[in-house]
Design a protein around this ligand. Structure first.
Ligand code: GLY
Length: 378
């Protein structure tokens, strides 16, 4: 898909990501890294929303390299997730992030029946979170005693809809897709602003479905533009179009991507929020960049060739800058592949550090640039 010169750096980046990940498997093994502190990934429990990214990255690298050790660790991670699927009362909407990149990946690559059943179970739990009145997937269960967040939906959930689309394909039952489309229609109506930026959180009345409030969530302010949330929307809308063929999702994906691409700084890697008024300096979020790059490459394949170059060129500029300016390739004391991610600025958590989802989407975007699928959201 690219010129020879462009292909050369993509291959170089891929080799470095593979080598670094193979090295990381020695310490991380079948665990669940999230953010790197002092050069080492902090390991989270299997119940944390990021649990799918490490095994997902291993599957992506295995699919192209055939390195059996990567497959073995990804399978062990998937088995460890059973304790969450079967016994955890606080399962939330992130079932897609967790089981698309583990069980759906395994099923796509090996045909494992156990993985297919796990992914269907996860899809059923996700479908059960649908609020019929508000036509949204509920985000979380109460974080603490007495809290009622049954009306909360968040933009990140766009990415989880692929698990429902997959389940309809796997079972022949359209109910899962119907729920996914209903949720995405709600996203179009209530989350996307006219300028193509997005709200992170919309709080509905769970009894009537009326919108109560719109919140900035992990962004800088209610009317700001959190860059990773923008990337979640862009990717989720492109995937919803890929799965459903509904043109309104494609148009919205284009609208969001135009907002994203036109707000990038000179080096093409996004600030953590596009509308801080300079209040947080030059702080970036490389994970928003890598997620958007992968999404834009997908989008470039969904539109006519006459406009595909807008998205492909935008994606490759982000990806090349991430590789050349934000990688840890020469630092053996850093496990993260991409430096300068921002996980949660308002809560002062994991700021300016490598993040496992940043690494995952970087590898996935490289795989797209190399035409080296499969891709587990599709
Ligand atoms: N709320 C998930 C994220 O940090 O993107």
């Amino acid at each position: 898909m690219n010129t020879t010169a462009q292909q050369a750096w993509v291959e170089e980046a891929w080799s470095k990501a593979l080598a670094k990940t193979l090295n990381n498997t020695k310490r991380i093994g079948a665990n669940f890294p999230h953010a790197s502190q002092g050069g080492k990934y902090v390991l989270e429990g299997a119940d944390w929303w990021t649990a799918g990214f490490w095994p997902g990255m291993l599957w992506q690298l295995y699919a192209e390299s055939g390195e059996e050790s990567l497959k073995a660790i990804a399978e062990s991670c998937e088995q460890r997730l059973d304790e969450v699927l079967d016994r955890y009362v606080r399962l939330d909407h992130d079932l897609g992030f967790m089981w698309l990149l583990t069980s759906v990946a395994n099923y796509k690559l090996t045909g494992s029946e156990a993985s297919r059943i796990r992914a269907l179970k996860a899809a059923n739990y996700l479908a059960a979170r649908f609020n019929l009145k508000g036509r949204y997937i509920r985000a979380w269960n109460p974080w603490r005693e007495g809290e009622d967040n049954s009306g909360v939906a968040i933009i990140d959930c766009c990415m989880n809809m692929s698990l429902l689309f997959w389940a309809s394909g796997a079972t022949g039952d359209p109910r899962y897709s119907h729920i996914a489309e209903a949720h995405m229609d709600t996203v179009l109506e209530h989350f996307i602003r006219p300028d193509g930026s997005v709200y992170h959180i919309v709080n509905f009345d769970p009894e009537t479905g009326e919108v109560k409030e719109k919140l900035g969530g992990q962004g800088y302010a209610p009317e700001s533009a959190w860059s990773r949330g923008t990337a979640w929307a862009l990717y989720g809308l492109a995937l919803a179009y890929h799965h459903s063929g509904k043109a309104e999702y494609l148009y919205a994906a284009q609208q969001v991507s135009h907002f994203f691409l036109t707000r990038l700084p000179e080096d093409h890697v996004p600030h953590w929020d596009f509308r801080t008024g300079g209040a947080t300096g030059d702080l970036r979020d490389t994970s928003a960049g890598s997620c958007a790059a992968s999404a834009l490459l997908l989008l470039s394949g969904l539109v006519a060739e006459t406009e595909a170059h807008v998205y492909r060129d935008g994606a490759m500029k982000i990806l090349e800058s991430l590789y050349r300016n934000y990688g840890s390739w020469d630092n053996n004391d850093e496990e993260g592949l991409l430096l300068h991610g921002t996980s949660n600025y308002p809560e002062n958590r994991n700021i300016d550090v490598p993040l496992i989802y940043g690494d995952f989407f970087f590898v996935e975007a490289l795989a797209r640039a190399k035409d080296a699928g499969p891709f587990y959201w599709e």
